[in-house]
Design a binder for this molecule. Structure first.
Ligand code: HEM
Length: 156
Protein backbone atom coordinates (compact mmCIF):
# COMPACT_ATOMS: atom_id res chain seq x y z
CA UNK A 1 0.00 0.00 0.00
CA UNK A 2 2.89 2.34 0.73
CA UNK A 3 4.23 1.79 -2.76
CA UNK A 4 0.77 2.46 -4.22
CA UNK A 5 0.75 5.88 -2.50
CA UNK A 6 4.31 6.53 -3.70
CA UNK A 7 3.38 5.53 -7.26
CA UNK A 8 0.33 7.84 -7.17
CA UNK A 9 2.45 10.72 -5.82
CA UNK A 10 5.28 10.20 -8.30
CA UNK A 11 3.08 9.55 -11.36
CA UNK A 12 1.03 12.62 -10.47
CA UNK A 13 4.23 14.62 -10.16
CA UNK A 14 5.49 13.35 -13.50
CA UNK A 15 2.22 14.01 -15.34
CA UNK A 16 1.69 17.45 -13.77
CA UNK A 17 5.26 18.73 -13.34
CA UNK A 18 6.71 17.38 -16.62
CA UNK A 19 4.29 19.12 -19.01
CA UNK A 20 4.30 22.22 -16.77
CA UNK A 21 8.08 22.58 -17.18
CA UNK A 22 7.78 21.81 -20.89
CA UNK A 23 5.10 24.45 -21.49
CA UNK A 24 6.93 27.00 -19.30
CA UNK A 25 9.81 26.69 -21.78
CA UNK A 26 7.76 26.22 -24.97
CA UNK A 27 5.37 29.17 -24.59
CA UNK A 28 8.15 31.82 -24.54
CA UNK A 29 10.05 30.04 -27.35
CA UNK A 30 6.89 29.88 -29.49
CA UNK A 31 6.56 33.63 -29.22
CA UNK A 32 10.02 34.10 -30.68
CA UNK A 33 10.68 31.39 -33.24
CA UNK A 34 9.35 31.32 -36.79
CA UNK A 35 7.27 28.32 -37.82
CA UNK A 36 5.99 27.73 -34.29
CA UNK A 37 2.95 29.93 -33.84
CA UNK A 38 2.38 31.01 -30.21
CA UNK A 39 -1.37 30.33 -30.31
CA UNK A 40 -0.77 26.73 -31.49
CA UNK A 41 1.38 25.98 -28.42
CA UNK A 42 -1.08 27.89 -26.20
CA UNK A 43 -3.95 25.74 -27.46
CA UNK A 44 -1.96 22.59 -26.64
CA UNK A 45 -1.35 23.95 -23.14
CA UNK A 46 -5.06 24.67 -22.69
CA UNK A 47 -6.03 21.24 -24.05
CA UNK A 48 -3.76 19.61 -21.47
CA UNK A 49 -5.35 21.51 -18.55
CA UNK A 50 -7.95 18.84 -17.55
CA UNK A 51 -5.30 16.07 -17.46
CA UNK A 52 -2.98 18.41 -15.58
CA UNK A 53 -5.68 18.95 -12.92
CA UNK A 54 -6.28 15.20 -12.55
CA UNK A 55 -2.51 14.63 -12.22
CA UNK A 56 -2.31 17.28 -9.50
CA UNK A 57 -5.16 15.54 -7.67
CA UNK A 58 -3.26 12.22 -7.85
CA UNK A 59 -0.08 13.92 -6.60
CA UNK A 60 -1.88 15.40 -3.60
CA UNK A 61 -3.82 12.23 -2.76
CA UNK A 62 -0.69 10.07 -3.12
CA UNK A 63 1.31 12.54 -1.02
CA UNK A 64 -1.28 12.59 1.77
CA UNK A 65 -1.55 8.78 1.82
CA UNK A 66 2.20 8.49 1.85
CA UNK A 67 2.52 10.96 4.69
CA UNK A 68 -0.03 9.01 6.72
CA UNK A 69 1.74 5.72 6.05
CA UNK A 70 5.16 7.06 6.94
CA UNK A 71 4.11 8.89 10.13
CA UNK A 72 1.00 7.04 11.24
CA UNK A 73 -1.06 10.24 11.55
CA UNK A 74 -1.40 13.83 10.32
CA UNK A 75 0.59 15.57 13.02
CA UNK A 76 1.72 19.20 13.00
CA UNK A 77 5.06 20.30 14.40
CA UNK A 78 8.74 20.37 13.58
CA UNK A 79 10.94 17.98 15.52
CA UNK A 80 13.78 17.11 13.15
CA UNK A 81 15.61 18.67 10.21
CA UNK A 82 13.59 16.42 7.92
CA UNK A 83 10.34 17.88 9.29
CA UNK A 84 11.54 21.42 8.64
CA UNK A 85 12.39 20.63 5.01
CA UNK A 86 9.00 18.92 4.66
CA UNK A 87 7.24 21.95 6.15
CA UNK A 88 9.05 24.42 3.87
CA UNK A 89 8.31 22.20 0.85
CA UNK A 90 4.60 22.23 1.63
CA UNK A 91 4.45 25.93 2.38
CA UNK A 92 5.83 26.40 -1.13
CA UNK A 93 3.18 23.91 -2.28
CA UNK A 94 0.47 26.12 -0.82
CA UNK A 95 1.72 29.13 -2.78
CA UNK A 96 2.06 26.94 -5.86
CA UNK A 97 -1.53 25.71 -5.50
CA UNK A 98 -2.96 29.22 -5.13
CA UNK A 99 -0.92 30.40 -8.14
CA UNK A 100 -2.05 27.35 -10.15
CA UNK A 101 -5.76 27.97 -9.47
CA UNK A 102 -5.39 31.72 -10.10
CA UNK A 103 -3.56 31.09 -13.38
CA UNK A 104 -6.05 28.51 -14.70
CA UNK A 105 -9.15 30.49 -13.73
CA UNK A 106 -8.28 34.20 -14.03
CA UNK A 107 -4.97 34.70 -15.82
CA UNK A 108 -5.77 32.33 -18.69
CA UNK A 109 -9.32 33.64 -19.14
CA UNK A 110 -8.48 36.81 -21.19
CA UNK A 111 -6.26 34.71 -23.47
CA UNK A 112 -9.06 32.17 -23.89
CA UNK A 113 -11.61 34.89 -24.72
CA UNK A 114 -9.30 36.54 -27.29
CA UNK A 115 -8.55 33.28 -29.10
CA UNK A 116 -10.61 32.66 -32.23
CA UNK A 117 -9.67 28.92 -32.14
CA UNK A 118 -8.95 28.93 -35.89
CA UNK A 119 -5.92 30.72 -37.26
CA UNK A 120 -4.35 33.66 -35.46
CA UNK A 121 -6.39 35.55 -32.84
CA UNK A 122 -8.19 38.64 -34.20
CA UNK A 123 -6.74 41.16 -31.75
CA UNK A 124 -3.14 39.96 -31.81
CA UNK A 125 -1.54 42.70 -29.61
CA UNK A 126 -4.12 42.13 -26.85
CA UNK A 127 -3.70 38.37 -27.16
CA UNK A 128 0.10 38.59 -26.91
CA UNK A 129 -0.19 40.81 -23.83
CA UNK A 130 -2.57 38.30 -22.21
CA UNK A 131 -0.23 35.37 -22.93
CA UNK A 132 2.74 37.26 -21.43
CA UNK A 133 0.87 37.25 -18.11
CA UNK A 134 0.20 33.52 -18.47
CA UNK A 135 3.90 32.85 -19.12
CA UNK A 136 4.89 34.83 -16.02
CA UNK A 137 2.56 32.74 -13.86
CA UNK A 138 3.73 29.50 -15.47
CA UNK A 139 7.28 30.43 -14.53
CA UNK A 140 6.26 30.95 -10.91
CA UNK A 141 4.65 27.47 -10.90
CA UNK A 142 7.63 25.85 -12.64
CA UNK A 143 10.12 27.43 -10.22
CA UNK A 144 8.02 26.26 -7.26
CA UNK A 145 7.89 22.67 -8.59
CA UNK A 146 11.66 22.58 -9.06
CA UNK A 147 12.21 24.06 -5.58
CA UNK A 148 9.88 21.47 -4.00
CA UNK A 149 11.55 18.58 -5.84
CA UNK A 150 15.00 19.79 -4.70
CA UNK A 151 13.82 20.21 -1.07
CA UNK A 152 12.19 16.75 -1.10
CA UNK A 153 15.43 15.16 -2.29
CA UNK A 154 17.78 16.94 0.16
CA UNK A 155 19.21 14.76 2.91
CA UNK A 156 17.88 15.61 6.40
C1 HEM B 1 4.40 19.81 -6.88
C2 HEM B 1 4.49 19.45 -5.60
C3 HEM B 1 5.38 18.35 -5.10
C4 HEM B 1 6.62 17.97 -5.51
C5 HEM B 1 7.50 18.60 -6.61
C6 HEM B 1 7.01 16.84 -4.71
C7 HEM B 1 8.21 16.15 -4.83
C8 HEM B 1 8.59 15.09 -4.05
C9 HEM B 1 9.80 14.33 -4.21
C10 HEM B 1 10.85 14.60 -5.33
C11 HEM B 1 9.84 13.41 -3.24
C12 HEM B 1 10.99 12.43 -2.98
C13 HEM B 1 11.01 11.36 -4.00
C14 HEM B 1 9.99 10.34 -3.72
O1 HEM B 1 10.19 9.62 -2.74
O2 HEM B 1 9.00 10.27 -4.45
C15 HEM B 1 8.65 13.55 -2.44
C16 HEM B 1 8.33 12.78 -1.34
C17 HEM B 1 7.18 12.94 -0.59
N1 HEM B 1 6.14 13.83 -0.83
FE1 HEM B 1 6.05 15.17 -2.31
N2 HEM B 1 6.01 16.57 -3.81
C18 HEM B 1 4.99 17.46 -4.01
C19 HEM B 1 3.78 17.55 -3.33
C20 HEM B 1 3.45 16.79 -2.24
C21 HEM B 1 2.22 16.91 -1.50
C22 HEM B 1 1.09 17.89 -1.79
C23 HEM B 1 2.27 16.03 -0.48
C24 HEM B 1 1.19 15.85 0.55
C25 HEM B 1 1.38 15.89 1.81
C26 HEM B 1 3.55 15.32 -0.58
C27 HEM B 1 4.01 14.35 0.28
C28 HEM B 1 5.19 13.65 0.16
C29 HEM B 1 5.64 12.62 1.08
C30 HEM B 1 4.91 12.15 2.35
C31 HEM B 1 6.88 12.19 0.61
C32 HEM B 1 7.80 11.14 1.26
C33 HEM B 1 8.72 11.87 2.21
C34 HEM B 1 9.66 10.97 2.91
O3 HEM B 1 10.15 10.00 2.26
O4 HEM B 1 9.92 11.24 4.10
N3 HEM B 1 4.23 15.83 -1.67
N4 HEM B 1 7.91 14.59 -2.95
Amino acid sequence: MESLAAILHDLGLLAHGGPLLLFAVMLPIAGRSKGLEPWTVDRCWRAWAPASGVALGALILGGLLRYHQLRGDFSWGVEQGQDLLFLVKHLIFLLFWVNYAYTEIWVAEPMRRLDSLAGPPGDLPAYMAARTRVIRHLWVSATAVVAMAVLACLPA
